[in-house]
Ligand binder design. Structure first.
Ligand code: MG
Ligand code: ZN
Length: 187
């Protein structure tokens, strides 16, 4: 693990279409499908000392489609399937037009994470399947990676500014990201 005054880089990762199969307004654990490679991708990041931080827009809560408790149940099921690999979940429950600061591409969730965890922002990345994910990373001044799962293929053409990485899926994105990192010192 590379440490910088005790700080570690973070992989800010979108949930739907990136870590798990995209389901429109996923509300039930029954419909949760973690991608087959997600555990491996998170392990590679953890081995390199990254915080694993999920940042997810969940306007289904604000729209009354599902309750916050439904979402937490999904997050618990994800953790169970992934061996507790996720260090923190941040979610925005608001509607797109509410003007909150947390909804991506706003930086609220990244700011909350920085308050809670010792994050080396300069070496951090944002990974997701939508234009707003790429824009969040760009606005934060960190690396940005678009995955082509979920909405990725559709959003590839909508990008105003190219991300640092475009990859078929999360595992390939992570392989690119860690190969751009300096090698970890033996501990
Ligand atoms: Mg997504
Ligand atoms: Zn919000």
């Amino acid at each position: 693990m590379i440490e910088n005054n005790g700080k570690r880089p973070a992989a800010f990762i979108d949930r739907d279409g990136t870590l798990i199969e995209e389901v429109n307004f996923l509300s039930s654990v029954d419909d949760l499908q973690v991608f087959s490679y997600t555990a491996e991708a998170l392990k590679l990041l953890k081995d390199r000392g990254f915080w694993i931080v999920v940042v997810t827009n969940q306007s289904g809560i604000g729209r009354g489609i599902y309750a916050e408790t439904d979402m937490h149940a999904i997050h618990e099921a994800m953790q169970a399937q992934l061996g507790g690999a996720i260090d923190a979940f941040y979610f925005c429950p608001h509607l797109p037009d509410e003007g909150c600061e947390c909804r991506k591409p706003g930086l609220g969730m990244i700011n909350f994470a920085q308050r809670d965890l010792a994050i080396d922002l300069e070496r951090s990345w944002m990974i997701g399947d939508k234009r707003i994910d790429v824009e969040t990373g760009q606005a934060a001044g960190i690396g940005s990676a678009l995955v082509l799962t979920g909405y990725g293929l559709k959003h590839l053409d909508e990008l105003l500014q190219a991300p640092d990485v475009v990859s078929e899926n999360l595992l390939q994105a992570v392989e690119r990201i860690i190969s751009s990192e300096p090698l970890a010192a033996e501990v």
